[in-house]
Design a protein around this ligand. Structure first.
Ligand SMILES: [Zn+2]
Length: 104
């Protein structure tokens, strides 16, 4: 809930929640970091860890490269704490039902 800015308190280090969305479509990827010249081969996005691991195994077999940066991504919703100022408006407390839905 957002209201107008008045005598707003400013929380510089307030607690925020970042809640993974139900349809977050998590994905996994890997980047080859092997030397001597950084390879930078990219696995693409995989829906499963196993898919990414298979790509890395194939890459090792084909190149002998064994150093990777692994990444995981998803989508989430940022939930500011009451009193935070968002786009010039003060966040008010969520109604109880909304709070329960977004804070499982
Ligand atoms: Zn490589």
């Amino acid at each position: 809930m957002v209201g107008p800015v008045g005598e707003a308190r400013v929380f510089r280090y307030a607690d925020w929640d970042f809640v993974r969305k139900a349809d977050s479509n998590p994905h996994f990827s890997a980047l080859c970091l092997s030397d001597p010249q950084r390879c930078n081969a990219f696995s693409g996005l995989h829906r499963t860890l196993k898919g990414r691991e298979q790509w890395m195994a194939n890459h090792v077999q084909g190149t002998g490269h064994t150093e990777f940066q692994r990444n995981m991504g998803d989508t989430c919703t940022a939930i500011p704490p009451e009193g935070a100022v968002i786009a010039g408006e003060v966040v008010k407390a969520l109604p109880a039902d909304e709070h329960a839905r977004t804070h499982p």
